[in-house]
Design a binder for this molecule. Sequence first.
Ligand code: NAP
Length: 301
Amino acid sequence: MATVLDGKLLAASIEQRLAAVISAGKGRAGRPPGLAVLRVGEDPASGVYVANKEKACARVGIRSFGQHLPAETPYAQLHTIVEQLNADQQVDGILLQLPLPKGLDEGPLLAAINPDKDADGLHTLNLGRLLKGETGPRSCTPAGVMALLATAGVNLEGKRAVVVGRSILVGQPMALMLQAANATVTVAHSRTRDLATLTRQAEVLVAAAGCPRLIGAEHVSKGVVVVDVGIHRLPPDPQKDLKGRLCGDVRFEEVEPFAAVITPVPGGVGPMTVAMLLVNSTVAWCHQHHLGLGTIEDLLV
Ligand code: NAP
């Protein structure tokens, strides 16, 4: 039986630590940390994600400055808003909720965010800092994966790791973080030939392809550590559920018997992504006000 990593539990304990750091530093800073979430258009999933992030902010004492703009908002106006948030002394973290509506290019807007307020860790400078091993806000999802693995005591030193997916959001920073932890990393993508032969060599397998239930028993070897980053809602089954059940990139029931450690969907990587967003915002606030990071320092991968 595999150890199933509980991302919800770890995220809750990180929130507790953040709440303590914020409560201790608020007096000296003269204000709590602030996170601005910029949402454009009506993507329904984004609505749920933004609401979850705002609730999480409230739980730890981060002030959220939500802005929800219509899909027709011109690029120039969004750029001006980003610049205003960059200059706003109450705001430590800025998050541009993706995807943007068709016709709006996220690239220049992400680049316009002050890198030190880059709550998502996706700014080119911060990806460069990660590449060079310098400190800076880290991409939330892979940072969340690293925190989960570290807390579970998974030793990555010298391990063969395979990351399935090479996106800038997940796959690439994930590979860099695993490499920084001294794993030997291979990155697979949609043109990789014979994926199963490659992934069977993995001692640590991170599935971030965005393909529901791609990874099955044929892709893994006994004793593997499996991290499922994917999140998908399956079509509803009128016999069982009306909303449609959530699943990942991994066929959990097939892979779990082979795995030493595995993350579930939901309740694995997802809650950790939100927790890391809070960490990035709180760390930026601590830096701005010269506060010690205390017990959250060890979360910075
Ligand atoms: P993405 O931008 O669509 O990238 C997917 C990557 O997987 C691409 O590099 C693609 O290769 C590769 N790929 C696609 N099909 C493949 C296949 N059959 N075999 C091997 N590689 C394949 O997706 P993303 O933004 O990285 O997200 C990945 C998944 O994670 C999605 O399900 C997303 O919803 C989920 N996600 C979850 C969280 C969370 O908090 N849990 C956060 C972020 C993302 P090419 O480069 O060749 O196209």
